[in-house]
Write a protein that binds this ligand. Structure first.
Ligand code: COA
Length: 277
């Protein structure tokens, strides 16, 4: 960890903690993260664009002394609605690659003739893995670079989850064929670390991976899956549901907002880290 300090043109002092993270081959984090991450935690008070800009300049100068390599990123997670900070992030080459969005409304009732949603079973493994890989393929077009080993990173976790029968993975079938996936889980938000830095305390339903097979998108499968997950978590007293989506994803960004999700945090990122301006 390094502390960064900066002063705005108007003489206001700001600071940040800079944390360096490294993920070794095989780490599940590599599904969405660069292998080496420079993560900034700004403390800018009410200094707005000027304060964030001064800190990002200090961050850039700090990186001049390092060699981040290709598989690296500068990352900062910041409240989605802070427009003044957005100006500074864009000016320094960061992109709004991911957003954390929450939904606390009661579940909607969705029934589509011909679409059946049921909890996934261990024998759905192959179909579930195919759908999960399709979601990653699509995301690689619009957000995160595809990893060579995505399948190896995903498969063991998915297999175990289906065998453990957590009840929080759903598939949608059309004509008896699995055509959609909602891989979800419970996340207990307590204390101050992990998800507690981003969400109010409580038990949350987390929609981890949701996707519909390419050929049958736009027929209500995603909607039916989302409604099933929302109903499940709501009936069991969840504080709400949350998910990460990629604002540049032309399908999911529209889809989740229509389902009642609102962005709370935006994860700004530049890869490789050396491209921070
Ligand atoms: C996002 C996604 C899961 C939505 O699933 P879906 O089964 O297509 O969803 P639905 O059919 O229920 O709803 C899609 C919406 O787009 C509209 N739509 C119309 N034609 C469409 C088409 N050809 N393709 C996609 N959406 C279409 C639908 O009318 C619907 O609008 P609505 O919200 O007003 O009802 C799906 O597009 C997908 O798998 N995308 C790729 C992977 C991905 O981005 N996953 C999410 C990661 S966070």
């Amino acid at each position: 960890m390094t502390e960064l300090h900066a002063v705005t043109a108007g003489g206001e002092r700001v600071s940040a903690v800079l944390r360096r993270e490294r993920y070794e081959p095989g780490a599940v984090e590599l599904l969405w993260s660069a292998a080496r991450v420079w993560r900034l935690f700004p403390e800018i008070g009410t200094t707005g664009t000027a304060g964030m800009d001064a800190l990002l300049r200090a961050w850039r100068a700090e990186l001049d002394a390092e060699s981040p390599g290709e598989d690296s990123a500068c990352v900062v997670t910041w409240p989605s609605h802070d427009a003044e900070a957005i100006r500074a992030f864009l000016d320094h080459g960061l992109a709004p690659v991911t957003a954390l969005a929450t939904r606390t409304e009661p579940p909607e009732v969705v029934e589509r003739p011909g679409v059946t949603v049921r909890q996934a079973r261990p024998d759905d493994f192959a179909a579930v893995l195919d759908l999960a890989l399709e979601i990653f393929d699509y995301s690689s077009l619009v957000a995160l670079p595809r990893r060579e080993h995505t399948e190896d990173l995903l498969a063991p976790r998915l297999r175990t989850k289906l065998e453990q029968d957590t009840g929080t993975v759903w598939v949608a079938e059309i004509g008896g064929i699995v055509a959609g996936l909602a891989d979800c889980s419970w996340v207990d938000v307590t204390g101050e670390a992990g998800a507690a830095e981003l969400l109010p305390p409580g038990s949350w339903g987390y929609l981890n991976n949701v996707g519909t097979a390419r050929e049958v998108r736009g027929r209500g499968i995603g909607r039916t899956l989302a409604a099933a997950a929302h109903a499940y978590f709501h009936e069991r007293g969840a504080a709400g549901t949350y998910l990460y989506y990629n604002p540049p994803n032309p399908l999911s960004s529209v889809f989740w907002h229509r389902r009642g999700y609102r962005p709370l945090w935006t994860i700004w990122e530049v890869r490789p880290a050396s491209l921070l301006r």
